[in-house]
Design a protein around this ligand. Structure first.
Ligand code: HEC
Ligand code: HEC
Length: 208
C-alpha cells in the first residue's frame, strides 16, 4: 500500500482525534499507540518513547547500521543522520517537528533512487515517491579539464575555502547549471537532494 504524505498526515491527525476522545493510550497496545501517535506525542509520553527507542535500536542495527554506522553518524558517501544537515526534504523552515519527521519518513518509506518495484508503476525509471535526482557527469558531457577545475574553485568559493577567483570568474557562465539542484546560492535544494555546498559537510570528501 502506498501513502501520500498529505493523506498520511490527515489520517494520522484524524485517528489521533478519534483516539483521544475515546480511549487513553495507556489502554492501547503500545505498538498500535506508537503507530497512531504524532512525533510530538511520542516525545511527551515516556512509555511510548521508550517503546519507540527499543524498536528503533533493533531496526537500526538490523537495517541501517551497515551503511550509516552503529551510531548513525555516517561514513564516506553515506550521510550522518544525527546532524541537522539534510539532503532530502527537511529545509529547516518547517513549522512543526511533525513536518520534518514526515519528510524523513518519505525518504525511509520510499528510499533514494529506488528502482526495485514493478516496471508498470515506475516513473522515469524509478519507483513512485522515491527521492530522485542524478547529478550529470560534466566530464562525460564534454566539459574541458580547465572548466572542470574552474568549477572546483567555484565550489570552494561557495564553501568559503581557499580558491582562485580568476577561475571562478572564468566559469561564471556555467554555474547557472548548478543552481538548478544546489540552489541559487549553492546552499542546497532539498527537493532535488542537491547538497549544501556552502557548509563544511562533504558526502564525497573535500579534496579537489
Ligand atoms: C546500503 C546502504 C544504506 C542502508 C542499508 C541505509 N541507508 Fe540510508 N542512506 C544511504 C545513502 C548512500 C544515503 C544518501 C543518499 C543520497 O546520496 O542522496 C542515505 C540517505 C538516508 C537518509 C536521507 C538523509 C538526508 O540527509 O536527507 C535517511 C533519512 C536515511 N538514509 C535513513 C536510513 C534508515 C533509517 C535506514 C535503515 C532503516 C537506512 N537509511 C539504511 C545508504 C543506506
Ligand atoms: C540535476 C541535479 C544536479 C545538478 C544540475 C548539479 N548537481 Fe551537484 N549534486 C547533485 C546531487 C543529487 C548530489 C548528491 C549526490 C548524492 O546524493 O550521492 C550532488 C553532489 C555534488 C557535490 C558533492 C557534494 C558533497 O557533499 O560531497 C558537488 C561538489 C557538486 N554536486 C557540485 C556541482 C556543480 C559544481 C554543479 C554545476 C556544474 C552541479 N553540482 C550540478 C545534483 C546536481
Amino acid at each position: 500500500m502506498r501513502l501520500s504524505l498529505s493523506s498520511c498526515s490527515f489520517f494520522l491527525s484524524t485517528f489521533i482525534l478519534i483516539l483521544c476522545s475515546q480511549v487513553t493510550f495507556a489502554q492501547r497496545n503500545l505498538d498500535e499507540a506508537l503507530l497512531l501517535a504524532s512525533p510530538d506525542m511520542i516525545a511527551a509520553d515516556s512509555a511510548l518513547k521508550s517503546h519507540m527507542e527499543t524498536l528503533a535500536t533493533q531496526a537500526v542495527s538490523n537495517h541501517c547500521a551497515a551503511c550509516h554506522g552503529a551510531n548513525l553518524t555516517g561514513q564516506s558517501e553515506v550521510p550522518n543522520l544525527l546532524d541537522y544537515d539534510w539532503l532530502w526534504g527537511v529545509s529547516g523552515f518547517e513549522m512543526t517537528v511533525s513536518e520534518a519527521v514526515f519528510e524523513i519518513m518519505q525518504t525511509i518509506l520510499y528510499g533514494v533512487r529506488n528502482s526495485e518495484c514493478p516496471d508498470e508503476i515506475k516513473r522515469y525509471g524509478a519507483c513512485p515517491d522515491t527521492r530522485f535526482s542524478q547529478m550529470p557527469g560534466y566530464g562525460e558531457l564534454g566539459f574541458s579539464e580547465q572548466q572542470l577545475n574552474d568549477l572546483v574553485d567555484y565550489v570552494y568559493s561557495i564553501s568559503g575555502d581557499e580558491h582562485d577567483s580568476t577561475a571562478v570568474e572564468r566559469v561564471a557562465g556555467l554555474t547557472v547549471l548548478c543552481a538548478e539542484c544546489h540552489g541559487d546560492d549553492g546552499a542546497g535544494y532539498k527537493a532535488f537532494g542537491g547538497p549544501d555546498l556552502s557548509d563544511d559537510v562533504w558526502l564525497f570528501g573535500s579534496a579537489r
